[in-house]
Design a protein around this ligand. Structure first.
Ligand SMILES: N[C@@H](CCC(=O)N[C@@H](CS)C(=O)NCC(=O)O)C(=O)O
Length: 273
């Protein structure tokens, strides 16, 4: 029988356990007391030299990367399949798994781990680590974004940012990208009570730049952006970002949909299709 070394709060363990449940695979679950450091005990390190969960054992065969474990389960227990058979479906699953691992899991772990294992009085340390992690990240603008902003500025438009992002991070990004002074309003998560898709953030932004809703346009990359702008009576332009939500953005029916910021700005200024 398959033996799975896991921790109930470990998302990496959970994805394996979910696959076993979906596929009806019987496992012998071995819960590690990670608070007591069971994952760093010599016996466990002999099994998994990285001292992490999950680890799968089957008749002396050992695997300790959750995506590899999932692939192994898919190959050895193909029914019901959890991955589409066609090349595109397969690739999309691989892409999302990789994105979860690289873009999401490590970052959330930085908060979740200390908060799970540190007493509440020390949770601020977890927040600092999280912010420190992002401070080290280099931000890059989407292709053509700088030129698009410059064109709007040259056309005499008042510019503002309305975002659900955290104020400190947004300020750091504006500074880091050399955009200081460009925006007459920056509305971040802390500046409002209700977030997108509620109209409050955009209404606040328009007040700050003293532009009436009917004379404004909002460019966003999510259906929530469209909903917020529409609720405030603002013309809304959808430009898909790096997230796979193009169809949902389209379904939200923005007044204008363009593939790039450059294209959106050209259309807004009346110099493009
Ligand atoms: N890439 C590994 C990551 C596993 C991982 O980081 N597991 C966490 C629990 S969610 C862990 O065991 N952390 C303990 C540690 O790093 O000391 C996988 O996909 O299995």
């Amino acid at each position: 029988m398959l033996k799975l070394h896991y921790h109930p709060l470990s998302t990496y363990s959970r994805r394996v356990r979910i696959a076993c449940l979906e596929k009806g695979i019987a496992i012998d679950p071995v819960e590690l007391d990670m608070v007591k450091g069971a994952h760093r005990a010599p016996d466990y390190l002999r099994l998994n030299p990285y001292g992490r969960v999950p680890t799968l054992e089957e008749d002396g065969f050992v695997l300790y990367e959750s995506t590899a474990i999932l692939e192994y389960l898919e190959a050895t227990h193909p029914t019901p399949p959890l991955v589409p058979a066609d090349a595109r479906g397969h690739a999309l699953v691989a892409m999302h798994m990789k994105l979860c691992d690289i873009q999401l899991a490590r970052q959330t772990g930085i908060i979740v781990f200390p908060k799970r294992f540190l007493p509440k009085e020390r949770w601020d340390e977890a927040d600092e680590r999280w912010l420190g992690f992002y401070a080290g990240e280099e931000n890059v603008m989407l292709g053509g974004a700088r030129e698009a902003l410059e064109r709007l500025q040259q056309a005499g438009m008042e510019l503002g940012i309305v975002t659900s992002g955290n104020r400190a991070r947004v300020a750091r990004e504006i500074e880091g990208l050399g955009l200081r002074g460009l925006f007459g309003a920056v509305v971040s998560a802390e500046d409002v009570e209700k977030r997108k898709p509620d109209p409050e953030p955009i209404v606040r932004g328009l007040e700050l730049i003293a532009v009436p809703a009917a004379a404004a346009a909002y460019v966003g990359d999510s259906p929530e952006d469209v909903e917020m702008a529409r609720a405030a009576g603002v013309y809304v332009v959808g430009v898909p970002g790096p997230f796979p939500n193009r169809e949902k953005l389209k379904a939200a029916a923005p007044d204008l949909l363009r593939d790039s910021l450059g294209g959106a700005v050209a259309a807004l200024l009346g110099v493009g299709p």
